[in-house]
Design a protein around this ligand. Sequence first.
Ligand SMILES: O=C(O)CCC(=O)C(=O)O
Ligand SMILES: [Fe+2]
Length: 317
Amino acid sequence: MELKISQQNGLIAFDPGSTDLLLEQNPLEFHSEFHRICQQIYPQVRPELPQPGDLATALTSRGHGIEQSFLSSDSVRALSAAFDELVNESSESVNAKIDADAYLQEQIVAMISETLRGGVGDQLEAYLECFFRIDHFELMRSRLAPNVGASFLWHRDFDPMAKLHVLIYLTDCNAESPATLFTNFEETRRCAQAGYAFPARSKRIADLASLFPSDDTSISPVRPALSAGDATVFAPSRILHRGDLPGAGVRDLLVLNILPSLNPWDRELDAFPFARLFAGRSTLWYDPYSRDKPSLVGHNEIAAPVWAELAYPFPLR
Ligand SMILES: O=C(O)CCC(=O)C(=O)O
Ligand SMILES: [Fe+2]
């Protein structure tokens, strides 16, 4: 099969049709193959990868890291005040989704762009070893609610192995307020070997120790304590994680969904209207090869390949 790459309006993409066969594979496989291609293209555009700093090193070794002061306190105050205006108080769900209006969308893109340009973008490239794109943002207010969802039990997102979430806390994330718990690659791999890799929603558990009843090898989840404006960055498909809702606090969260790209993130932002970044969607069921990254029709009966269950980004050779 011959893959044809060309430039369209400054963005590199594959020619339509030339990747149809790739898309017939398991989606975890075609996304992983796409990631490899992005890694091969990168040096043709930039001579060298950025130096890994604390964030890239933490991501590579554990699958999660923190970035303090991702947003300034002024930005965070403005965003949280906008959430107050926009939140639907009657929502029964633990994560109330906030719909940003056009003005807020523009502000968010400007704030995030500044931080990515200031060095965080380099760290994401150093970890992925290629360019990245922001697939979409999610805005939510979390609080104790009658129906605590499945993301508050241990899970991995069934999404491309390369995906990163940047969780930017707009409220302090301390002992009393909602936070997120993370395991590392090694622990996630042990759980996968014990049969707990991508548990169905109905099979998710709250305590990983119950997977190892006769064993004292404990799993020690990490729960970063952060101030408003700080962020955690993690690989949600590669490490087990769960939300933690200990008290009565409210948590405002801005989430970035990051994926590998053939093009620098800012070039893609320039080419498309912001509104598409604020529509949530599956980051598994979309076509990474085409310029417009359209959604694909998903289906449920997909199993993870063993290399993915074991939290590797690529098939093992
Ligand atoms: O609410 C949380 O802290 C959990 C977040 C989560 O599951 C995710 O970002 O994939
Ligand atoms: Fe998750």
